[in-house]
Design a protein around this ligand. Structure first.
Ligand SMILES: O=C(O)COP(=O)(O)O
Ligand SMILES: [Mg+2]
Length: 231
């Protein structure tokens, strides 16, 4: 039987990447003469990858994007963002400990993110965290990405995990919708990138610190999801 698995979103869940996303986004906006985005605003633009982030920033300022401009700005964003890695990005408190706990308990661990796979691996490499995961699957790894549930299911498959004993951990509506569509319980962190509180999207549980992400919690969610009564 395949081992149980815990799958993590990256931006806003495992790693606090907002300061660097903001710097690179504002670098792009400056070249296009669009006013910068404030630090508090970035969370509204993250979740669907860099392309959507740039589109949202333009829309927010009522600025039209002309033909071909988005491709050029995304290329500029990726160049700027990759060059600075890991920049100011750091794992949230308790992340390495939580991953170690699950691995010791026999869980596989994976990342399912709408960041491009190459950027995700570079960031995890720069933070010496790549070894903590059996698979890192980004927006361009498969033909579909979150909120398409196949992104999560194929991440589980690539890692060799059991989809009936899987838990997702994320910070946004995208993660919650993805996990629900895949029939997988989802723990939401409440410190990530969403302008509306994650509880609005009805995840299986909400946590405020990785210390709360225990193996017992994952096991009870898996039991609940499989319809076995929890004692
Ligand atoms: O970079 C993004 O927009 C989203 O990344 P995430 O899926 O890891 O939150
Ligand atoms: Mg996220």
């Amino acid at each position: 039987m395949a081992p149980p698995i815990i799958v993590f979103d990256l931006d806003g869940t495992l790693i606090d990447t907002a300061p660097d996303l903001l710097d690179s986004l504002n670098h792009c906006l400056q070249t296009a003469n669009v006013p910068p985005v404030e630090a508090a605003e970035i969370r509204r633009f993250v979740g669907f990858g860099s392309r959507v982030m740039i589109e949202r920033a333009f829309a927010d300022h009522g600025q039209p994007l002309i033909e071909g401009q988005l491709d050029a700005l995304q290329a500029l964003f990726l160049e700027h963002y990759s060059a600075a890695m890991p920049g100011k990005s750091r794992p949230f408190a308790g992340v390495p400990e939580a991953i170690t706990r699950f691995r010791k308990a026999g869980y596989l661990t994976a990342v399912c993110t709408n960041k491009l796979e190459g950027l995700s691996v570079s960031l995890l490499d720069a933070l010496e965290m790549t070894e903590l995961f059996g698979a890192v699957c980004g927006a361009d790894t498969f033909a579909h990405r979150k909120p398409d549930p196949r992104h999560l299911l194929e991440t589980i498959e690539r890692c060799g995990g059991d989809r009936d004993r899987a838990v997702m951990v994320g910070d946004s509506r995208t993660d919650i919708d993805t996990a629900k569509a895949a029939g997988i319980p989802v723990v939401a962190v409440d410190f990530g990138y969403t302008d509306v509180h994650v509880s609005t999207f009805e995840p299986s549980r909400v946590i405020s610190h990785f210390d709360e992400l225990t193996v017992e919690l994952a096991e009870s969610l898996i039991r609940e999801a499989s319809g076995i009564a929890v004692s």
